[in-house]
Design a binder for this molecule. Structure first.
Ligand code: ZN
Length: 434
């Protein structure tokens, strides 16, 4: 397969940004109509299958939660003026707030209020999924402006038996070995954390549908964070051994450098593939070892599964001040960074598709490359030397145990150079594909 080309990625980047702009106003949560509406929009781009799990269904140590929906919310002062309005910003409501409609004192209101004193203009994003509560998230300046008064607080929400919803898109390849791409879809108006991952995953899937022949099958998951991946794993436990490689995509639209968090295994092919792409493209990046917090790698890499799933990010969650605040908005992300993230992810998949293991059929001393037209006659003048060198590396390590990716790592050469060398040697009958 071909990776997304740079020129193409510029146009796609604008389209990803448009998709994010459409999804941004929706009040999403781990359940409810916001998730469904988001999946419907994604379905316009790729043919998604949507699953609904009833409230109360056991999911390993968890149960599918009650479904939460919200229509409106506000705080009014005694003059009847709306001083906080959910319709202006859906972050104003503590996500999963139970319904409330009552008059409260300033003191009681403050007990149900969340702010960020260090960033007095920003509204925090807070949730209370598993403990019933109600609350409002305000800018700290809004809080400071509140005087002694009687306030009317209304949260027109419902928390009832319903469903947990998630979406899945499967692309069948030549083998049952799957690449899992997963992203969370449970945050309301937050652009980098949640929407950037959705956009990159959607356009990665769209790109793959245009590839004529794929070695791997691909499974894209769009699930509410944590409980969604727990639900998927509990329903698909018997099939997870098919997952050969996996990437969680999150926070991929900001200007920060790329961050890759390794799988729990730490030496899975996906871990090596990501690092090879970042090295080959000269991308400044950071690598994090696995840790049991973060996104859905927590579930896929729980010890009972221990799947080869890493996490691809730019600036990691919690490491940018805008994280989980109203400042993670449409100005915080930029099309060029979305495009770069998409391009890098597609290169990673391309490498996984192209990686292979060969057996040298002429392994007793070096074969004569010259008489086969392979020495001094391959490729352009500038690349010729490295191709010859690459052929020597490929011949030496194609013992059936080392993949092209392994050989690229050992040689320090680019994966593509190693792959081109292997193609030439294979065409000359010097290699057999394992
Ligand atoms: Zn988040």
């Amino acid at each position: 397969m071909q990776a997304v080309q740079l020129e193409e990625s510029i146009t796609i980047a604008e389209r990803m940004f448009q998709l994010i702009r459409r999804m941004y106003p929706i009040c999403r949560s781990i359940t409810g109509h916001g998730v469904r509406q988001t999946l419907e929009i994604i379905s316009e781009y790729i043919p998604l299958t949507t699953y609904e799990i009833q409230t109360g269904v056991a999911l390993f140590d968890w149960t599918a939660p009650k479904e939460w929906n919200i229509r409106d919310a506000f705080i009014k002062n005694s003059k009847g003026e709306k001083i906080v309005d959910f319709r202006n910003c859906n972050l104003h409501v503590l996500n999963y707030s139970v319904p409330v409609s009552k008059k409260v004192s300033l003191e009681e209101l403050k007990a149900h209020t969340f702010t960020i004193p260090d960033h007095p203009d920003w509204i925090p994003y807070r949730t209370s999924y598993y403990a019933e509560n109600w609350g409002f998230c305000l800018s700290h300046n809004q809080l400071l402006a509140l005087s002694e008064d009687e306030y009317e607080v209304v949260i027109d929400s419902s928390l009832q038996d319903g469903h947990l919803t998630f979406g899945e898109y499967f692309i069948k390849g030549q083998t049952e070995h799957e690449v899992l791409i997963s992203t969370h879809i449970c945050h309301p108006s937050l652009a980098n954390d949640n929407l950037s991952g959705i956009a990159v995953a959607v356009f990665l899937a769209k790109h793959l549908t245009q590839v004529a022949s794929l070695k791997h099958s691909y499974r894209f998951l769009f699930t509410p964070g944590m409980i969604g991946s727990i639900a998927w794993l509990s329903r698909n436990e018997s099939q997870v051994s098919r997952i050969a490689h996996g990437i969680i995509i999150a926070c991929v639209g900001d200007s920060g450098q790329i961050t890759y968090k390794k799988s729990r295994r730490g030496n899975a092919e996906i871990d090596h593939a990501v690092l090879q792409v970042l090295k080959d493209t000269g991308t400044t990046h950071q690598v994090l070892e696995f840790s049991p917090f973060g996104y859905d790698e927590r579930q896929f890499c729980s010890p009972g599964f221990n799947l080869p799933v890493g996490c691809f990010m730019r600036t990691p969650h919690g490491k940018f001040p805008e994280y989980h605040t109203s400042a993670d908005n449409l100005e915080f992300i930029q099309p060029q960074y979305l495009g770069d993230s998409l391009s890098k992810c597609s290169m990673i998949l391309q490498l996984l598709e192209q990686n292979a293991t060969y057996m040298n059929l002429n392994s007793k001393c070096e074969p004569q490359l010259g008489k086969r037209g392979l020495y001094g006659s391959i490729g352009g003048a500038s690349d010729g030397r490295s191709l010859e060198l690459a052929m020597l590396w490929v011949l030496n390590w194609s013992d059936g145990d080392h993949s092209l990716l392994d050989i690229a790592e050992k040689s320090g050469l680019k994966f593509l150079t190693i792959k081109n060398a292997a193609d030439a040697l294979h065409a000359s009958g010097l290699l057999r594909r394992q």
